[in-house]
Design a protein around this ligand. Structure first.
Ligand code: URA
Length: 249
């Protein structure tokens, strides 16, 4: 039987952003940390770090934040940046303030441009992040595109060819699936993630992307009830969908 990893209470809470170890020791002494209904006064106590810990442990009466191994989906609105350091509003400002002090930190799984909206995954699990973005995993991403000019008609053939070379690059793009959805609308599904790839693909066709939205990663769809700016913790089943097929409609 595999045993849950254990952690010192003060270290666990400090790494979740609740304060310094000294501050957590003070919280514990004050009876503000309660495990299974009983105050935990000894901040140096080792506790098993299980998935269900937030249901068992409260801090100041509120459930503990999710322990490390956290994965989220966020409906990224336009106007926020996928970066820890750039100026201007960052995607992290859409999450609880304390989560910005987590160690290991939450990072976005790849990036969406500031003016792109849609499904964005975040995790503090480096191995999971690499498993999703690794070219070997070939996790597909679907984007819905609005264009400044009508489609030319040859986009499907060119994108599927595996020969399209983007400006400034020396390796052609892997084939991209293209579906026309209206005179100036389309969806594309790709397995690579080159810089500004979708915008540059349409620029190579003499067009211009006016709106870009990602609505699927692997088999995981952006839920219709997840409003722009809102996020949700991913469960095992949803994570499996990232690596698998779309759920049946
Ligand atoms: N392609 C782009 O051009 N922008 C994105 O944000 C994602 C893919």
């Amino acid at each position: 039987m595999s045993r849950a990893p254990t952690s010192r209470l003060d270290k666990l809470l400090a790494n979740l952003g609740y304060g310094s170890r000294r501050e957590i020791q003070a919280l514990a002494r004050a009876g503000a940390i309660v495990l299974d209904g009983a105050p935990l006064a000894a901040a140096e106590a080792r506790i098993p770090v299980t998935r269900d810990l937030p249901a068992r442990l409260t801090v100041d009466g509120a459930p503990l934040d999710p322990p490390p191994g956290l994965a989220l989906m966020l409906h990224k609105p336009t106007g926020v940046t996928c970066s820890h350091k750039e100026a201007g509003p960052l995607v992290y400002s859409l999450l609880p303030e304390r989560w910005r002090r987590r160690d290991p930190p939450l990072s976005t799984v790849g990036r969406l441009d500031k003016e792109t909206s849609g499904l964005l995954l975040l995790t503090d699990d480096g191995a999971l992040l690499h498993r999703i973005i690794s070219p070997k995993a070939k996790v597909s991403k679907r984007y819905r595109v609005e264009l400044a000019r009508p489609l030319g008609g040859d986009e499907g053939t060119v994108f599927a060819s595996g020969t399209l070379m983007l400006e400034g690059e020396d390796k052609p793009l892997l084939p991209v699936e293209f579906v026309a959805e209206g005179p100036q609308r389309a969806s594309v599904t790709l397995t690579e993630g080159r810089y500004h790839q979708v915008r540059r693909m349409f620029a190579a066709m003499g067009n211009h992307v006016t709106a870009l939205h990602r609505d699927r990663i692997g088999g995981l769809d952006l839920p219709a009830d997840l409003a722009p700016g809102a996020y949700r913790i991913l469960g095992e089943a949803e994570l499996a969908q990232v690596f698998g097929e779309a759920a049946a409609p």
